[in-house]
Design a protein around this ligand. Structure first.
Ligand code: 5CA
Length: 445
């Protein structure tokens, strides 16, 4: 993409409405624009990152054996009356009437809708196990939408639902989700710690939230510092293996890590004092096992091996895709702007032309652009007629991890400059070597 032809409305001033750094940087980098409280338009740069996050979530869900689909945003109130949640959900639910005066709602989550689909089409234990998911816009009429996309009213969420014959099978699905979530967050450059949580309006005895530690996080968390030493890395897990998934769950959840809702001071005090941590975190996902809560209420039964009809065991599993963008920025920025982890960056590499209109510099930039593109990478070329300082400031603000700077002086010596956004370190290289190096970095992902 050439910046002269892009739509990147960066802001020079700090927007006064933004209280936390991720919100400020997303507005300044021209990624989002508020349309009303807690509701945002995703401008091209923000949309590009959102798509990358969505893709990672899809890839990891499919890798775990879960099946993608798409359910509507608007739902009929009748299904929610069946489960009993139409009245329970309260003011967070946006209720709508259609022209026939029928009660509709903008879905805050999809347990009822998916259970209705399941009961219409599945009748035998032979069709289990089954996990269906979608990534769709949700609406919760939050009393206090704030911090930009962190606590929106409209937000983008992956929600998945498992259907199993027995509790044991459903707990395997729970563990499998935990494993796939660890992989998902690590690919986004994040450490998200599974913490024992509370079921809230979804319900259920087994539930973990995934928290990214950040001072601006809305949740207070208590943990043993040893949990932050754990990384998933590139282990090759067989998602069908009950033992392997169970082992990962035990490894990642046996140390004390809880949100304030489930915090137990006595247990916390058993941790050696130098490892006790009280901090804040951003909740980027939550998994639940809730047994037959919805299947009983909505009569989602299958015929078991013995011929008897039994309600299925279920769980639901969510990832806050739009919130993740804020969490990544909270975890990865400096005073100049965002620093995207390579796995989610909107463009792989920036190209800055120090002397637009100089024949040689223009040609060298065009050649870099073509070479990077030919290797399957997406460069963002700042080809505007602007001063170098302004170009650098924009690149730093939008946070591409790598930048190639091209100027007549370097070209005389046959070199361009390759700079890491994270370390600020630069090296001079022939243009082809710079392209090669950038390609190698991304090939490792
Ligand atoms: N049905 C279950 C799992 S699919 C469910 O709705 N879980 S949830 O309520 O925990 O939401 C899943 C994730 O969505 C949360 O972990 C959080 O990351 C994200 N989320 C929830 N509310 C908001 C909000 N108002 N703005 C942005 N993200 C949100």
């Amino acid at each position: 993409m050439r910046l002269s032809r892009y739509f990147l409305p960066v802001l020079k001033e700090n927007p006064s409405e933004a209280q936390i750094v991720s919100h400020r940087l997303m507005l300044r980098a021209g990624m989002i624009k508020q349309s009303s409280a807690g509701i945002y338009s995703w401008l091209p740069l923000g949309f590009k990152v959102l798509r990358k996050l969505e893709n990672i979530v899809h890839e990891e869900q499919v890798r775990a054996g879960h099946i993608p689909m798409l359910m509507p945003t608007l739902q009929s109130a009748d299904l929610w009356r069946e489960s009993g949640r139409y009245d329970d959900y309260g003011q967070e639910m946006l209720r709508i009437k259609d022209r026939h005066d029928r009660d509709m709602l903008f879905g805050p989550t999809n347990e009822e809708l998916i259970t209705d689909i399941f009961r219409a089409h599945v009748g035998s234990y032979k069709d289990l196990p089954l996990t269906l998911y979608h990534i769709q816009w949700k609406f919760r009429d939050e009393i206090r939408p704030r911090f930009g996309v962190m606590r929106g009213r409209e937000f983008f969420m992956k929600d998945g639902y498992n259907f199993d014959l027995t509790k044991e099978d459903a707990l395997h699905a729970y563990n499998r989700h935990l494993v796939s979530y660890l992989r998902t967050y690590e690919r986004m450059g994040l450490q998200a710690i599974p913490m024992r949580a509370d079921g809230g309006p979804i319900g259920g005895d087994y539930t973990h939230e995934f928290l990214v530690l950040a001072e601006t996080g809305e949740s207070e968390v208590f943990y043993d510092s040893a949990v932050t030493d754990l990384t998933f890395g590139d282990r090759d897990i067989d998602y069908d293996s009950v033992e392997q998934c169970q082992a990962v769950l035990e490894e990642f959840t046996s140390k004390y890590a809880r949100t304030d809702e489930t915090h137990d001071e006595a247990l916390f005090n058993d941790i050696p004092e130098d490892r006790r941590r009280v901090a804040r975190g951003i909740e980027v996902g939550q998994i639940f096992y809730f047994g037959t809560k919805y299947s009983e209420a909505m009569n989602a039964v299958v015929q078991g091996p013995d011929g008897k009809q039994v309600p299925v065991h279920m769980g639901s599993h969510g990832i806050g895709v739009s919130r993740l963008m804020g969490a990544i920025i909270e975890a990865s920025h400096d005073d100049k702007g965002i620093i995207w982890p390579e796995g989610v960056t909107p463009y792989h590499c920036g190209i800055v032309n120090l002397k637009q209109g100089d024949e040689e510099a223009d040609a060298a930039c065009d050649a870099l652009y073509s070479s990077l593109t030919a290797l399957g990478l997406e460069p963002l070329y700042d080809d505007r007629n602007e001063r170098a300082g302004g170009k650098f400031a924009t690149m730093d603000l939008i946070g591409l991890p790598w930048r190639i700077t091209v100027g007549p002086r370097g070209l005389k010596n046959g070199v361009v400059e390759l700079t890491s956004r994270r370390t600020g370190e630069s090296e001079e290289l022939p243009p082809e070597a710079a392209v090669q190096k950038v390609a190698e970095i991304y090939a490792e992902l």
